[in-house]
Design a protein. Sequence first.
Lengths: 490, 82, 212
Amino acid sequence: MITSARPTPAGAHERADIDVRLRADLSSRGPVLLAFGSAIVWLLVGTVFGDIASFKLHLPDWLVQQAWLTFGRMRTVHLNAMIYGWASLAMVGVSLWIIPRLVHTELRYGRLARAGIWLWNVGLVLGNLGILAGYNDGLEWLEMHRYFADPWLVVGGGLVGIALLVTLMAREVDHLYVSVWYVMAAYLWFPIIFAVGNWPGFTGVESGATNWFYAHNALGLWLTAISLGAAYYFIPKVLGRPVYSYQLSLLGFWSLAFFYALNGMHHLVGGPIPEWMITTSIAASALMLIPVLATAVNHHITMVGRFGALRYSPTLRFVVLGAIAYTAVSLQGMLTALREVNRITHFTQWTIAHSHVGVYAFVTFVMFGSIYYILPRLVQREWPSARLIQWHFWLVLLGIALYVIALTVVGVRQGLAMLDPQVSFQRSVEVTIPGLVARSVAALALTAGHLVFVWHYWLMVRGRAPARETLVFHEARPILYEPEPEGALR
Amino acid sequence: MFPSSLAVVLTGLLLGGVALAAFFWAWRRGCFRDLEAQSRVILDDRDYRLVRPWETPQQRAERELRHGAAEPPAPGEWGGAA
Amino acid sequence: MMRVWLLLLGALATVGFAFIVLVAVPGVMLQDVPRPAQLQPYTAEQARGREVYIANGCVYCHSQQIRDPAFTTDVQRGWGNRATVPADYVYDRPHLLGTMRTGPDLINVGQRLPDEGWQLLHLYNPRTVVPWSIMPAYPYLFAVRDSASVGPDARVIAVPGKYAPPPGRVVVATPDAMALAAYLISLKRDYPVTAPAGARDSAGRRVAHTMP
């Protein structure tokens, strides 16, 4: 965008730009607020269940009188509330806000998207109540009932996807920014993998292979895809400079799509499935180096020389740390897939630490950062307290750091103990106890951070926050300013 | 069973072939040219001109040179109360 | 410039390719896995026990697979006499291979711990028999009743020590507990599977999906 290339006088062109953005934000306001609001309720639910499950691992006689309170059900609700409630709904909110902005038009079929979010929530409530009542499909990440709960998610997600696709078709820009690819592809991928994962006909090791085909892709082609899309938007947007190399982002996207989808069997290394499947997944895991490096270079080189921005922008602080965590978790994942490492770390707390680097330090951090950026632009108010954001940030950062370090360390010790047949199994349990206790402490820090965040969010949506000063001037524009003819918007 | 039948394998391979052909065709048509323009689509003129308090004087001067007179950011411009 | 259809078609192709490699092709290859003569289908009670196992999330702490002895010590640890193979799971729907060993592997627990009384006591409270265990207690799978009200066919569990019920009362296993114990005792994959000659790949590794 060189100044001399403008088709219209400078002022009008710029007003048009801002106007387009404002119209995009106004159009998506309702559905995005609904998605964020329900995501935050699920964040609280998932937090409480996660806390209880964590304490139960070192207090095995605590809360055992009722079936619904048992560890196996608390942990399962924690996972489902966090993955399909918090992370997925926050991502739905980000998608619905970001796509209209990226394609310079209003959100189409906003009501359909809203209905989709409600349906998704109904499915979650049914699925999680079912798990507590003992209705569990028995597959990790697919526990919610495949007939009573899951169809709501498929239809709900589908409706959101349709609204996004119609919006995309009505786009007023030629270029599809990299975030659009990630988000739109995710809405295509998710229903496919979810349907395959839930297909009831698989038996034995085939059921295992399909389970991990799904579960790994739910992380890679759904959670990761939309979170990377958000990171690709916020990092350059806040810094005011384009990503380092667009070619790399193209390479990163397609290699992620190709290699990530093949990774799933590394969850079954050494297991009873055909050797070539595991080898394929290990190879694909190693080849993840390509998308990970491409994305890492793009995110981190764009930041180089501008790390001071982290002090000024809470959004950037969360998103950039999330992007760093993505690089870290991917490298760790490649390492873990290698047989030499896997023989130690498989079946241990290492895996739990690893999954929380992915879903928390990466996905959840990016979502926190996104919400800090998006919410003021939806409710036209400023976040009332920089201090609350600081508390939120440091509590969750230190919490997840303690969580990951504690479980990684005891995971390795546990794995080494199990690998030595001279060492009793008892020993492999005992070495984990300090880590499990430390994890409960970390869980309390994370809980405190979430409460601070939810309280701050509540202040925003209840109007206890200062109005956005600058947006008064933005807001006035649609009234005072006559829109340019269509062509000027491009 | 349907999802793992030979018919599905063959259909899938066929679809994959179609996708590969489409890619090649798109490449030849130039769909992947002018990529850098895409990387700028999220930034408008105001984004470029806003004063970023973390930038060095040199970075700021460069920004002014390329994008015109600096403009103060709005409170909360960078997402969240800093 | 990037076309929407190109994006969606490409995305479809990548996930479709992975689906074929990891789901469809293995499905075709595995559909003729023979059913081992020594492996019986689950009885109605064992199947019910399997449902209890799933509903209470046992799979989150217990695996059901013995890995290749070439690079693990699962066999040396005494969890089985050989690596498990696809034929060992032909009656498992869904699979319960598991990803954690917070507790020990269970695919041969019926061979290691075949005593129903031990299993029931352990389920009522693991620390009655394994003091260092961190497994949850499952008192809700049992009923604590007046000893006078218990009929002769009820399965009474003699709970020792500090977990014992108050005087005059006894711990009785519910049908769910009985079914779960029956399922656990049924878990045995110790019959021989000898791969036929030539059932090793070029690297000399055991080809896991072959059966006599």
